[in-house]
Ligand binder design. Structure first.
Ligand code: ATP
Length: 444
């Protein structure tokens, strides 16, 4: 039991060092000794993260007539946070050790004394998670502003603008992806909980009578997205009334078995008309929807599916990581290979191009020609160093679905190149003129 637990905890250490070694994710500000719990996405990490964000946007915005997107400012008028209740209520219970002064979230520790030094703990007090800064040269109360703790409020604040400009009719949704900031008491577990992170959120507006069907519909959409992301198993947790926000009649958390325990990945909440009602009251603007037929005016109710982008990246990395054996010789000798089995649409590099040898100018020119054509539509890498086996291993490790080798056969009239599949390790011959459509078909 213990050794299983160790293996699982080790997986996160393995992923952290793998991410650094292969350029997915680096510790933030590393040359200055880092900044606790901040992480920088490297060349491969940024491609992976962009692919997930773009796929989400394609699926939930571009492919739907009932959805529009926005990209709002990170810093909003502080009245937004007053109306949403964040300034007053967006807090976690904080306790501190009187001896070592380490701080903990009261709801996350079970012992009566300090988990680090067994010292005595203070009583818990509410700690507001809003990250504060100042706009303009004066650093006084009047210029105090906050980095947004969620993307959601911008959708409510722009509700009227969208109604006036997009001709959407109920039911419809507004989507946004972007950074959010929370002064978390206990960040940690790699990119699981950081103080700066990215969300992908939808506010879906419906008539009150439709909320239950819409809730079920969005739960199913979230399941389909999870499958598309390559997640095999998750838990849907119905949040009991006592733990729900007072305005919510139903909330479901999607939890995942991370190596450090079962914790939240995404959430789905019914928010009633709480947000629009508060913004209407506090701003004095009429945010009601007018039924085009009956002319009845009312505030729509809201279903909110919310997806953490960094947690999606973390889960994608955890699900993709595999170790297996790959053949190294014709005689059947094998060696350990690390292979990131990302879904093909998600892989940071889609195709790698190798000349069989680097000392044959004709083969090199042909391989570079293939690279120049493919790079127009796919993220590609050109690699001529080391044996073909080594080059395959390098690409397997970063999850590249296809490797192309240009060899002597390619120079002949047949014009065949060898395409090798990451997962099956099988090789097939493809005509050079067909390669772009072959890769497009396989990776879209
Ligand atoms: P948790 O219970 O883990 O603190 P939450 O319930 O406060 O999360 P929400 O307010 O519902 O989270 O935020 C929506 C989504 O944003 C979460 O499902 C998660 O994917 C992501 N998220 C929230 N806080 C963080 C964080 N500190 N770091 C990374 N992602 C986060």
């Amino acid at each position: 039991m213990n050794s299983m637990k160790n293996q699982e905890t080790n997986l996160i250490d393995t992923i952290v060092s793998f991410c650094k070694r292969r350029g997915f994710i680096f510790p933030g500000s590393e040359i200055y000794g880092g900044l606790a719990n901040s992480w920088d996405y490297g060349p491969l990490g940024v491609e992976l993260k962009n692919n997930i964000r773009q796929e989400w946007w394609k699926r939930f915005v571009h492919q739907r007539q009932d959805m529009v997107g926005i990209d709002a400012a990170l810093i909003m008028n502080p009245k937004v946070w007053e109306a949403s209740g964040h300034l007053k209520e967006f807090s976690d219970p904080l306790i501190e050790c009187k001896k070592c002064h380490h701080r903990f979230r009261a709801d996350q520790i079970t012992s009566k004394d300090c988990p680090d030094c067994k010292g005595e703990l203070t009583n818990s007090r509410q700690f507001n998670l809003m990250l504060k800064t100042f706009l303009g040269p004066a650093q006084d109360k009047a210029s105090e502003v906050f980095f947004r703790p969620e993307t959601a409020q911008a959708m409510f604040v722009n509700f009227k603008n969208i109604l006036d400009t997009s001709r959407q009719r109920l039911p419809f949704g507004i989507a946004q992806t972007g950074k959010a900031f929370r002064n978390e008491i206990t960040p940690g577990n790699f990119i699981f909980r950081t103080r700066e992170f990215e969300q992908m959120e939808i506010e879906y507006f419906v008539r009150e009578s439709e909320w239950q069907t819409s809730f079920e519909y969005w739960l199913e959409q979230m399941r389909q997205w999870l499958r598309h992301l390559g997640v095999k198993k998750w838990h849907e947790v119905e949040i009991p009334e006592a733990d729900r926000a007072h305005y919510s009649k139903r909330t479901v958390d999607i939890e995942y078995d991370y190596p450090f325990g079962k914790k939240e990945l995404y959430g789905l909440a019914y928010r009633g008309d709480f947000d629009l009602k508060n913004h209407m009251e506090k701003s004095g603007q009429d945010l009601r929807y007018t039924d085009p037929e009956t002319k009845e005016q009312f505030l729509p109710h809201v279903i909110e599916p919310t997806f953490g982008l960094d947690r999606s990246v973390l889960v994608a990395l955890l699900e993709a990581y595999h170790e297996d054996q790959a053949p190294t010789t014709e005689e059947g000798e094998t060696e350990k290979r690390v292979v990131m089995k990302f879904p093909k649409w998600m892989a940071p590099v889609k195709v790698a191009i190798f000349p069989l040898v680097k000392n044959n100018p004709e083969i090199v020119a042909k391989a570079k020609g293939v690279y120049d054509v493919l790079k127009m539509n796919f993220v590609c890498q050109y690699d001529e160093s080391g044996s073909i086996g080594k080059r395959y291993r390098r690409q397997d490790e970063i999850g590249t679905p296809y490797c192309i080798t240009v060899d002597f056969d390619t120079l002949k009239r047949s014009g065949n190149i060898t395409v090798r599949d990451r997962d099956t390790m099988k090789q097939e011959k493809v005509k050079i003129k067909n390669i772009a459509s072959f890769i497009a078909k396989k990776t879209s």
